[in-house]
Design a protein around this ligand. Sequence first.
Ligand code: F6P
Length: 324
Amino acid sequence: MRRIAVFTSGGDAPGMNACIRAVVRTGSSKGLHIFGIRRGYQGMIEGEIQRLENKNVRNIIHRGGTILKTARSMDFMTKEGREAAFESLQAHDIEGVIAIGGNGTFTGAKVFSEEFDIPFIGIPGTIDNDLAGTDYTIGFDTAVNTAVDAIDKIRDTADSHNRIFFIEVMGRHSGYIGLYTGIASGASGVLIPETTSDTDSLIKVLSKAFKRKKLFSLVVVAEGDETGGAMKVAKAVQERFPELETKVTIIGHLQRGGSPTVNDRMLASRLGQAGVEALINGRRNEMVGIVNNQVSFTPFGESISVEKKPGKDLIALSEILALG
Ligand code: F6P
């Protein structure tokens, strides 16, 4: 294998740049020619492919976002779109591809590599941490640190005014961000899609806290929670306690940007290296992850279909620690 391409796809995640850098520099050190595809699958279809050399990835390890840009491509879902993508790869004699992204990215990679017989290696890059086959995904640690930093600030003002804050964090289908943020920020309640979130139980917890003279509270709500988000939960609690003041903060896309943490830079660098080595060693159509500090491979089919959920032990811990 002499020529490989790398792209980022789906929602961006802090650490993607560190991973691109690791792919380019590992590849160069092994004598490969590395190409960057801009704007994910859409750029592949439209032939936005250019050579990436070591010098092109200078000064990016600390930057959030992705220098290759990203997109969610509808055209790639059609056979014609995938044919055009394959032609673009052939025009540059690309022999293997590294896809940095999440579930949707690997679903596309699986279909494509089966149709056109070109090896793909996936690298988990999403703040959601919802991919089976890796303990953590690139971007998750930074996103949680951003959310916790925001909540530490909210805590100051919540305390001063004796208010209940409902803070919505990202995670369309996954409660990892919510759970880790809730535990690390000392929240009185954490509502995530993996648990049956019961507004009545939350109200009980909050009213007990008030009886104990705990006059302010922080509740973390994952955007994908079945209650419908922080606004709805706040409304239900406000109706039950009209005498209390409730406030809502939606942290939103703040969690997707910013300089990656050391954990994300390390993870991205290790996975970038492992991805290139995997292609060289003839591996294909697998996601590379880190499990128990060891590089590990999971077939795309499994990483897409197996639902990764936060452990019951962590959910129980968040409940115990909320009882302050
Ligand atoms: O998958 C990552 C993620 O940030 C989710 O947590 C969130 O629901 C979604 O992307 C938001 O997507 P977009 O930026 O396209 O609105």
